[in-house]
Write a protein that binds this ligand. Structure first.
Ligand code: ADP
Ligand code: GLC
Length: 495
């Protein structure tokens, strides 16, 4: 079975969030199921730099129409970081350093529709014609950037429609939908006939994600709870009707994590390695972390951490509101994040106002995120919505008990330390609901109480570290969907 991933970011080349972690790790897990995955990515400078000079290139036909059609696309096929990469090289569109989506002014690149439209059309081309003799049995798009692939395949000629492999789209975050003016259809080579409410159109605009959800054979999202939430107006962000309509084709499959990259026993980016049977090293990481963030490192109360984009989704304004309670308990807080200017400023101010108690690093720092996971006692994830969330999974693996909002994948991966769970000996963290400052503050209180009982806390740490967070089960679930799609396609061809 051959599958083509279509994505806009991928670890270790380019990352703005969890999507990159998933796209980088899932192919390896699928390989163990006998699935040959190639990952189609834009050839951003960071991707190009990671590919061997000797990589083969293949010239593709035009991917855009009109004046834009001169942009000569090439595919660079190479193995890098254990992945089979197909990099779409169109320098005018992708030779831009830094954040893949945003220009130097911090706003979306004005030609993102061309950039990810071309990516999707390249995927459709590979799906139909193959590349270097390799043709996928399944095309698996991730988020809005790959959303047009199913549309290109479904809106092609009768011959193309008959030859097209089945498609799956995974929703990593429905808040990002890729909406563009209707007049972009032409340059993208999409037919007017597809611009209907059951097709490409989203209230007068072209919707990339909308198109994917309308035309893909199957849809997945990254946790069972988010799959249910998506059908409601509160979470569906305007696409709840379509989601509800496609409920039978939608599955929630939890993300896993790369157990080699995130392993306290061997992580080279932390101060001291430790294991579930050898917890002593964690205290050394705690000291190193306290030093780095200039915290007093009080041992009598938990040291909480945050590793996050600072956006409304992540609910960190609630943490600022709950901060007095955390401080009243003698706890500490280390924050690593970047994003909205007002949140960055508010956290920087909290650090200034509470020296020794609150430490904040504004920025993106992968090695430091490992030290935080290793050194903190608990990781806070108070998200308003969270399709899956990965930092709580890293927290479990590092014995850094997650304290999370009861939503999406957070609800599915953390077992709250309520009376019943404690008695049954299954608790791995703390959940709070509703997602509001008072409930968060109460959960922080509960965590502080639990921390004071060393035996209880250590037991929870051990259990958290043993909680399965790898890809195995979820890779099985994806492989099953691929198998069903391939069977359906074979049946259709035979009929
Ligand atoms: P999202 O994709 O919504 O941002 P996830 O929890 O799925 O949320 O994934 C976030 C990923 O980005 C994790 O790997 C996390 O460690 C990482 N991350 C977020 N902010 C930072 C930061 N400031 N520095 C380093 N890593 C970060
Ligand atoms: C998105 C979501 C996050 C999820 C990640 C990977 O960025 O916000 O919850 O873990 O995608 O699927």
């Amino acid at each position: 079975m051959k599958a083509l991933f279509v994505a806009s970011e991928c670890v270790p080349f380019v990352k703005t969030g969890g999507l990159a972690d998933v796209v980088g790790a899932l192919p390896g897990a699928l390989a163990a199921q006998g699935i040959d995955v190639r990952v189609l990515l834009p050839a951003y400078p960071a991707v190009r730099a990671a590919l061997p000079k000797s990589a083969k290139t293949v010239v593709l036909g035009k991917l855009l129409e009109g004046k834009q059609s001169g942009k000569r696309p090439q595919l660079i096929a190479a193995k890098a970081a254990g992945l089979d990469v197909l990099a779409l090289d169109i320098p005018q569109l992708f030779d831009r350093p830094g954040n893949p989506y945003l220009g130097p002014d911090g706003r979306d690149w004005p030609d993102n529709h061309l950039r990810y439209g071309a990516l999707s059309r390249a995927a459709a081309r590979i799906a139909l014609e193959g590349v270097g003799g390799w043709r996928p049995d399944i095309v698996h798009s991730h988020d809005w950037q790959g959303g047009l692939v199913p549309a290109y395949l479904k809106l092609g000629s009768a011959k193309e429609r008959a030859a097209a492999p089945p498609t799956l789209i995974t929703i990593h975050n429905i808040a990002f939908q890729g909406l563009f003016p209707a007049d972009t259809l032409e340059v993208l080579g999409l037919p007017e006939s597809g611009f209907t409410p059951t097709g490409l159109e989203y209230f007068g605009k072209l919707g990339f994600l909308k198109a994917g959800l309308a035309y893909a054979e199957r849809i997945t999202t990254v946790s069972p709870t988010y799959a249910r939430e998506l059908a409601s107006p509160e979470f569906g962000m305007g696409l709840e009707g379509l989601i509800a309509h496609r409920r039978a084709d939608l599955n929630g499959i939890l993300n896993g994590i790369d157990l080699d990259v995130w392993n306290p026993e061997s992580d080279s980016q932390i101060t001291a390695n430790y294991a579930v049977t050898r917890l002593a090293g964690k205290a050394k990481n705690r000291r190193a972390l306290a030093e780095h963030f200039r915290l007093d490192g009080n041992d009598d109360a938990p040291l909480f951490c945050v590793i996050s984009r600072l956006t409304r989704q992540k609910g960190l304004d609630l943490l600022l509101e709950a901060l007095p309670r955390l401080l009243a308990r003698g706890a500490g807080l280390a924050v690593l994040g970047s994003g909205d200017a007002d949140l960055e400023a508010a956290f920087a101010a909290a650090a200034r106002d509470n020296p020794g108690r609150v430490g904040v690093v504004i920025g993106y720092d992968e090695p430091l995120s490992h030290l935080l996971q290793a050194g903190a006692d608990s990781i806070l994830v108070p998200s308003r919505f969270e399709p899956c969330g990965l930092t709580q999974l890293y927290g479990l693996r590092y014995g850094t008990l997650p304290l999370v909002a009861r939503t999406g994948g957070l609800a599915d991966t953390v077992i709250d330390a309520n009376e019943a769970a404690l008695q049954a000996g299954v608790a791995t963290g703390f959940q709070f609901a509703p997602v509001a400052a008072a409930a968060l503050a109460d959960a922080i209180d509960r965590a502080c109480d639990a921390y004071a009982d060393r035996k209880l806390w250590t037991g929870m740490m051990r259990r958290a570290m043993r909680h399965p967070v790898g890809w195995e089960t979820s890779a099985d679930a994806y492989a099953k969907i691929y198998g069903e799609l391939a069977e359906d396609a074979a049946r259709r061809k035979g009929a």
